[in-house]
Design a protein around this ligand. Structure first.
Ligand code: AP5
Length: 220
């Protein structure tokens, strides 16, 4: 298999570093990064009716209903060629989403190749989410202290804090992850698709861990 046809799901709790690692992996693999959270935030910014519908769930840290989420992701995936690779981030997040994704992909082309599970302890997740700022132009996440400059180090754009990165929403998101999203991991484990990565330590070390596991798998 060539890197450009690889189909991966980046999986992990809120704040695990899925978006951060996706930026590296997208370039390394040469595949599009499809993030459900980014797609929802684009709708919120443009004040579309889907954005208005999703905002009450997102701001409280709850999952957007399956039917809305599945439609937005499948619409995006169906614009790709049957052999194109992709990097899914934030989707699937319920077992129902995972089953619909598998059915839809196997009907049209080929299923997910691997699930990269970034494992990070809860106290580290809370620390990362409370210091996170996002670039309003390129969407790159960055970790800042309150006195740091709010300018993106990647593209110079303006940084902002997400409305769902307050303590109450973070607590709900972590709880929802345990309850509704962990079963997705079991679903993929039963198909022997999961590669677990230790998500603690410097960002570039985690990137090397992910890359080396992907290389190992591709050369098997
Ligand atoms: P989404 O945007 O997907 O949020 P999330 O899954 O909660 O994940 P995050 O974006 O918070 O974390 P991340 O793992 O990407 O971490 P990041 O790289 O930014 O979803 C938002 C909402 O949309 C959901 O709550 C839900 O309402 C809705 N939604 C989305 N998908 C849905 C679906 N499928 N079904 C239903 N609803 C859905 O890193 C975090 C911070 O840590 C950053 O500041 C980063 O710089 C820093 N960092 C990263 N790595 C390290 C490191 N190694 N060391 C130190 N800091 C690090």
């Amino acid at each position: 298999m060539t890197t450009g046809s690889v189909r991966l799901v980046l999986f992990g709790p809120p704040g695990a570093g899925k978006g951060t690692q996706a930026l590296y992996l997208r370039d390394y693999l040469g595949v599009p990064h499809i993030s459900s959270g980014d797609l929802f935030r684009a709708h919120l910014q443009q004040k579309t009716s889907l954005g208005n519908q999703a905002s009450e769930y997102i701001n409280q840290g709850l999952l957007v209903p399956d039917e809305v989420t599945i439609e937005i992701i499948l619409d995006k995936l169906l614009t790709l060629q049957p052999t194109d690779g992709f990097l899914l981030d934030g989707f699937p997040r319920t077992e129902y989403q995972a089953r619909i994704l598998s059915e839809s992909l196997t009907t049209k082309s080929k299923n997910i190749d691997k699930v990269i599970y970034i494992d990070v302890p809860i106290d580290e997740l809370i620390k990362r989410l409370s210091n996170r700022y996002i670039c309003s132009d390129c969407q790159a996440p960055q970790n800042l202290n309150p006195s740091d400059s709010k300018t993106c180090t990647v593209c110079g754009g303006e940084l902002y804090q997400r409305a769902d990165d307050n303590m109450s929403s973070v607590t709900t998101r972590l709880d929802v992850y345990q309850r509704e999203t962990i079963p997705v991991l079991d679903f993929y484990r039963s198909q022997d698709l999961v590669i677990t990565i230790d998500g603690t330590g410097p960002i570039n070390c985690i990137n090397k861990r992910v890359q080396s596991q992907i290389e190992k798998w591709l050369t098997q």
